[in-house]
Ligand binder design. Structure first.
Ligand SMILES: NC(=O)c1ccc[n+]([C@@H]2O[C@H](COP(=O)([O-])OP(=O)(O)OC[C@H]3O[C@@H](n4cnc5c(N)ncnc54)[C@H](OP(=O)(O)O)[C@@H]3O)[C@@H](O)[C@H]2O)c1
Length: 252
C-alpha cells in the first residue's frame, strides 16, 4: 500500500513534534506545519517529513496548509489537529478580553473545523480517512483562568462526534485525544505564570502537578503521540467519535 499522507499542525514542538516523529516511524508521508521555520527544518532533517511555515489562525492559513500538503505529498488522508494556544492560568473571565477569546477560538476551535472541512472531500473520495483532534482533560474538568481554552477544548469533543457521524459511511473516522499535563512549551509557560502568582518555583509547580497523578508523574509527548498514531492506523477503523484520555490514570 502507498504510504498514507498526514498533515500535523503545531508540529514544531511538544506533542505535535512527537506525533510527526511517530507517524514517520510508522511509514507515513508527513507534512509538518507551524510558524517557526528553524524548528520545522530541524524536524524535517531528523525525520524526512516535509514542512510548511504558516499560521493557521485564519481561513487563508488553513487553505495554504492543505494546499501545500496536496502539492507536495498528495491529498490529506490523515489530519492531526494539534496546534493551540492559551492553556491554564491565562486570565479570569473577569479580565478576559474578547479579542483574546477570539484569538484563542480562531486557532483552537475554528482551525480544526476549517482544516477538517477542507480535507474531508479528499478523504470521502478515497473512502478512507482519519481525523484526530487534540483536546484536553480541561475539556471535562475546566481550569481556573482559562475559559476560552477550556471552551475550545470542549468544543472539539462535540465537533469530533458530529464529524464522526457525518463521515462514518465514507470510511473516515474522527476522534479526540485528551492529554493531561505534558511538559511542553505551552505547559511550561502556564507553570511559569502559576509560579509567579504563588511564589513557588516552576519545578515546584510541576511536582505539584505530578503529585495529583496516580502514577506520580505527568505523561510524555511520546505517550500522547503513540495514541494518536494508533487512532490514525488501519487497525483503528472501528473507533470513531471517541474521547481518549491520556493522563496516566488521572481523571482530569
Ligand atoms: N502540554 C499539556 O499539558 C497539554 C495538555 C492537554 C492538551 N494539550 C494540547 O496539546 C496540543 C499541543 O500542545 P503542546 O503542549 O505540545 O504545546 P506546544 O509545545 O506549545 O505546541 C504548540 C504548537 O502549536 C504551534 N502553533 C501555535 N500557534 C500557531 C499558529 N497560529 N499556527 C500554526 N501553529 C501554531 C506552535 O508552533 P509555532 O510557535 O512554531 O507556530 C507549536 O508547535 C495543544 O492542542 C494543547 O492544547 C497540551
Amino acid at each position: 500500500m502507498a504510504e498514507r499522507v498526514a498533515l500535523v499542525t503545531g508540529a514544531s514542538s511538544g506533542i505535535g513534534r512527537a506525533a510527526v516523529v511517530e507517524l514517520r516511524r510508522r511509514g507515513m508521508a508527513v507534512m509538518a506545519v507551524a510558524r517557526r521555520e528553524d524548528r520545522l527544518r530541524q524536524l524535517a532533517e531528523e525525520t524526512g517529513a516535509a514542512y510548511h511555515v504558516v499560521s493557521i489562525d485564519t481561513l487563508e492559513g488553513c487553505a495554504e496548509a492543505v494546499g501545500a500538503t496536496r502539492r507536495t505529498l498528495g491529498p490529506v488522508e490523515v489530519l492531526v489537529n494539534n496546534a493551540a494556544i492559551g492553556s491554564a492560568a491565562d486570565a479570569s473571565v473577569l479580565d478576559l478580553d474578547p479579542e483574546r477569546w477570539r484569538s484563542i477560538m480562531s486557532l483552537d476551535l475554528d482551525a480544526p473545523f476549517e482544516l477538517t472541512r477542507l480535507c474531508a472531500p479528499d478523504m470521502v473520495a478515497r473512502g478512507w480517512g482519519r481525523v484526530v483532534m487534540i483536546s484536553s482533560t480541561s475539556a471535562h474538568a475546566g481550569e481556573p483562568d482559562s475559559a476560552a481554552y477550556c471552551a475550545a477544548k470542549a468544543g472539539l469533543l462535540g465537533l469530533a462526534r458530529s464529524v464522526s457521524i457525518d463521515l462514518a459511511e465514507h470510511g473516515v473516522t474522527c476522534n479526540c485525544v485528551l492529554p493531561g499535563w505534558v511538559r511542553t512549551e505551552m505547559a511550561d509557560a502556564s507553570a511559569a505564570r502559576e509560579a509567579a502568582a504563588t511564589g513557588r518555583s516552576v519545578e515546584q509547580v510541576w511536582s505539584g502537578r505530578a503529585a495529583t497523578y496516580p502514577s506520580g508523574r505527568v505523561v510524555t509527548p511520546e505517550e500522547v503521540a503513540s495514541v494518536i498514531a494508533f487512532l490514525v492506523s488501519e487497525e483503528a477503523s472501528g473507533i470513531s467519535g471517541e474521547a481518549v484520555t491520556v493522563a496516566g490514570g488521572a481523571s482530569g
